[in-house]
Design a protein around this ligand. Structure first.
Ligand SMILES: Cc1cc2nc3c(=O)[nH]c(=O)nc-3n(C[C@H](O)[C@H](O)[C@H](O)COP(=O)(O)OP(=O)(O)OC[C@H]3O[C@@H](n4cnc5c(N)ncnc54)[C@H](O)[C@@H]3O)c2cc1C
Length: 393
């Protein structure tokens, strides 16, 4: 690579939870790693609450534990999920998901996204092998089988044997690498806030596919839930602009008293819903991880879970190559990562998209299909147990 470039073994673009996990996974190597993040360092060091409560599977918790991040998250920020209930409109029928084992092991643990970011950031800051370059976006990238060169918004150039894009579902790096993606703008937005409420949640999540809206209630501490309301984006934009009192009244009306009397317990956040599936997860001397590769719909709560397991597959391949003194940009290594991730994530990605189509459709045929679908699932225990096992995996 040209001499005036700052040179690294690996440059990771994006210090989100997946980019940070990936960089932390390489701590056991001698590799020189740079993590480029467009946000300023102070914002990464003190990540603000962003409304997301990430439902972590046992496998993701095990990876976070291995990285040293799990124990750094305060116990008060970990809320067990003992079960989930799916409701359809005003039907009294409920589809129930409980932990498949009798061990009372939770289906998952809910942790605020900002706490995961915070724990991983602290780990990276303490590691010598990784350097954080904050406050600058990537504006240009070139890649070949020999390596990659990245230009930052301040004009600095970085050369690397491997470029790893972890810069979200609308990844600019993916575009710069010439990798296309199926990007599905759903025209809906998810409003999220924490609410304090009268009724007990018993650590059970509720997903309620109602007419023209979907409401999810995620149980946090006693008497506190995260409320997620999905609406067409134009309606969501109007609602988020309401003052707190009007916003709360609207939420209370829409929840039809399910949680009893409610009050706001956090700031409110809105996310436009977009799903993405990159056409390729690797290119010469480059790979995509996290949402840059696969941006899941949040309804099945699996985006980060897939991202963290994908980064582990890639980092394991790289650590093995280092141990065997092989090239970390070897196309076979990158293609193996790509095919493993594609195989493991495609069923859930496509099943989630079918579920969204079925549950957000207002056509009478869609209503009948979801009614039948719920009952079908309820009376076929292997379907429910299979889904529970998949969620806890
Ligand atoms: C409402 C909601 C609820 C969710 N709930 C769950 C859940 O329960 N369970 C679950 O597993 N997943 C959940 N997800 C998905 C999860 O949040 C994402 O999968 C996860 O954040 C992806 O992490 P990431 O690091 O790949 O990307 P991101 O979190 O998007 O981070 C990308 C980083 O890259 C930086 N960046 C972007 N562009 C550039 C650039 N050009 N140059 C430099 N830096 C750049 C950004 O500033 C950011 O820090 C949810 C998502 C949403 C929206």
């Amino acid at each position: 690579m040209a001499g005036s470039h700052e040179t690294f073994d690996i440059v990771v673009i994006g210090a989100g939870p997946v980019g940070l996990s990936f960089a932390a996974s390489l701590a056991r190597s001698q590799l020189k790693v740079a993590v480029v993040e467009q946000q300023p360092l102070e914002r990464l060091a003190n990540p603000a609450f962003d409304g997301r409560e990430i439902a972590l599977t046992n496998a993701s918790i095990a990876i976070l534990r291995e990285l040293g991040a799990w124990d750094a998250i305060p116990a008060s920020d970990k809320s067990p999920l003992q079960g989930a209930r799916v409701l359809n409109g005003s039907s009294p029928f409920t589809l129930r998901f409980d932990s498949p084992s009798r061990s009372r092991e939770p289906l998952g643990i809910l942790v605020p996204n900002c706490r995961i970011r915070d724990a991983l950031f602290k780990i990276i800051r303490l590691q010598d092998h990784a350097q954080l370059l904050c406050g600058h976006a990537v504006v240009h990238a070139t890649n070949s089988h020999e390596g990659a060169v990245i230009t930052l918004s301040d004009g600095r150039q970085l050369a690397a044997r491997l470029l790893v894009a972890a810069d979200s579902r609308l990844s600019a790096t993916r575009d710069l690498l010439g990798i296309g993606a199926d990007i599905n703008q759903l025209g809906k937005s998810m409003l999220i806030c924490r609410v304090r409420h009268e009724r007990l949640h018993h650590q059970i999540a509720v997903e309620w596919f109602d007419h023209h809206q979907t409401i999810a209630m995620l149980p946090l501490t006693q008497g506190v839930s995260s409320l997620l309301l999905t609406l067409p984006s134009n309606q969501a934009d109007k609602l988020i602009a309401f003052d707190d009192d009007l916003f709360l009244k609207e939420l209370t009306d829409r929840c039809r008293g399910r949680l009893g009397k409610m009050s706001l317990a956090s700031t409110r956040h809105s996310y436009a819903l977009v799903t993405t599936w990159a056409h390729k997860f690797c290119a010469p001397s480059a790979a995509l991880v996290g949402d840059a590769a696969i941006g899941m719909h949040p309804v099945t709560a699996h985006g980060f879970n897939i991202g963290i397991s994908g980064q582990k597959q890639l980092s394991n391949g790289i650590l093995t190559a280092c141990r065997d003194r092989r090239d970390i940009g070897d196309p076979d290594l990158l293609h193996k990562y790509e095919s493993c991730l594609r195989l493991s994530a495609a069923p859930l990605y496509h099943a989630t998209n079918i579920l969204i189509g079925l549950y957000s459709g207002e056509h009478p045929a869609a209503r009948v299909a979801r009614h039948v679908g719920l009952r079908f699932a309820q009376y076929l225990p292997f379907v429910r147990h299979g889904i529970s096992a998949m969620l806890t995996r």
